[in-house]
Design a protein around this ligand. Structure first.
Ligand code: ZN
Length: 149
């Protein structure tokens, strides 16, 4: 367990000191803002989707170490993926964070598994999930992808 915890710390630190995709985009097709009032985490997410693929992604915001690391890892994991795959990764991550002890989809999660320790800290779950809900909100805003008929 000590080893797992060290790895967790190390990855959190790495994503905090050098967050991936911490930028705005020149061309944005989807955007959304997320806020976690319990902790004060705030994120603005920008996506550029081309032909059903997440061509580029960036985020801005302020927040605690976990929210920042999770946002960094989220952008890293969905960049270059299809919208379907991004949805799949969201589901796998959501399950991992909210269902402690559940069987993890490690193929889908990849490095995201290192955030699984968060589910032992109920107050931090919202920090970890914030960027993911923001991503989902941004994508569901796409009127071409949602059929109302
Ligand atoms: Zn937080």
């Amino acid at each position: 367990m000590a080893g797992l915890s060290d790895l967790y710390q190390e990855i959190l630190l790495e994503h905090n000191s050098k967050p991936h995709n911490f930028k705005t985009l020149e061309e944005v097709s989807h955007t959304s803002e997320g806020y976690n009032p319990l902790c004060g985490d705030q994120i603005s997410l920008f996506l550029k989707v081309v032909d059903g693929v997440i061509d580029d992604v960036g985020f801005q915001g302020t927040g605690c170490a976990i929210s920042r690391a999770s946002a960094s890892m989220m952008t890293q994991s969905i960049k270059g993926q299809t919208l379907e795959k991004a949805e799949e990764i969201f589901e796998a991550f959501h399950y991992m964070i909210t269902e402690p002890g559940g069987e993890l989809d490690l193929d889908t999660l990849g490095d995201l598994e290192t955030l699984s320790g968060v589910n032992e800290y109920p107050t931090r779950i919202k920090c970890a999930i914030l960027a993911w809900h923001t991503m989902k909100a941004a994508l569901s805003d796409d009127s071409t992808a949602v059929s109302t008929e």
